[in-house]
Design a protein around this ligand. Structure first.
Ligand SMILES: Cc1cc2nc3c(=O)[nH]c(=O)nc-3n(C[C@H](O)[C@H](O)[C@H](O)COP(=O)(O)O)c2cc1C
Length: 203
């Protein structure tokens, strides 16, 4: 069991037999932690996360794989009620300003794209690796019965001027994290696995 009762997987098929060797599709469904994740837009405005919660989320983020173990990510973290939270809210776009401030936590994600004071790539995979790190954080949050909505609806220019990331560092996205105040939608759209396997290359 991974989460508090939510993510238990049966160890045998309902017929009581263990089909793991012959029926991989039954034995290996998409893990419930992945299948039940969603990005809420509405968060419980009274929910708070502790400093320990924040540490746990960042601990998950730091265990992501990265090219050459370069770990080209940084997170500016602000809990609702803290001065840094007000600082971030000022830069939200009109759309995200409607919902993001009610989340318990706002995070600004940054990637180490260039070696300081040069135009040489620190890593060709900086943004890619940051995305993996955020995915780790997102699933850790879900396992803690929290939810994340990543977003780009903020003023990148003014936020960059305000936070003034170090040379070579770039702001990429923001994440709102909190206790969802809405249910997961019944239907969510995704391209099929067949489409993923037939898409854009010469046959
Ligand atoms: C890099 C990135 C940027 C996003 N930007 C926004 C945004 O600006 N506003 C918004 O409402 N949602 C934003 N989203 C959330 C996506 O719309 C959402 O993840 C997608 O519709 C799939 O829904 P799901 O996460 O519930 O599966 C963003 C997600 C990612 C990963």
């Amino acid at each position: 069991m991974i989460g508090p009762g939510l993510f238990e997987l049966p160890s045998t098929h309902p017929d009581g037999m263990d089909h793991c060797t012959e029926q991989l599709d039954w034995c290996m469904p998409v893990h419930p932690l992945l299948a039940s994740r969603f990005s809420p837009m509405w968060f419980d405005p009274s929910w708070t996360v502790s400093e320990d919660d924040v540490e746990l989320l960042l601990d998950a983020a730091r265990w992501a794989p990265s090219a050459g173990n370069s770990q080209p990510w940084a997170y500016f973290v602000a809990r609702r009620g803290e001065p840094d939270h007000d600082r971030l809210v000022k830069h939200l776009a009109r759309s995200s300003a409607r919902w993001a401030p009610s989340a318990s936590l706002l995070i600004v994600t940054m990637a180490h794209r260039y070696i300081e004071d040069t135009d040489w790539a620190y890593s060709d995979f900086a943004d890619y690796d940051l995305g993996q790190s955020v995915a780790h954080l997102t699933l850790q949050a879900h396992a803690m019965n929290l939810a994340c909505r990543q977003f780009r609806a903020f003023n990148l220019e003014t936020l960059t001027t305000d936070l003034n990331p170090g040379p070579g560092w770039h702001i990429i996205s923001m994440i709102a994290i909190g206790h969802p105040a809405e249910d997961r939608p019944d239907s969510r759209e995704r391209r099929s696995t067949t489409e993923l396997r037939t898409a854009p290359w010469d046959a």
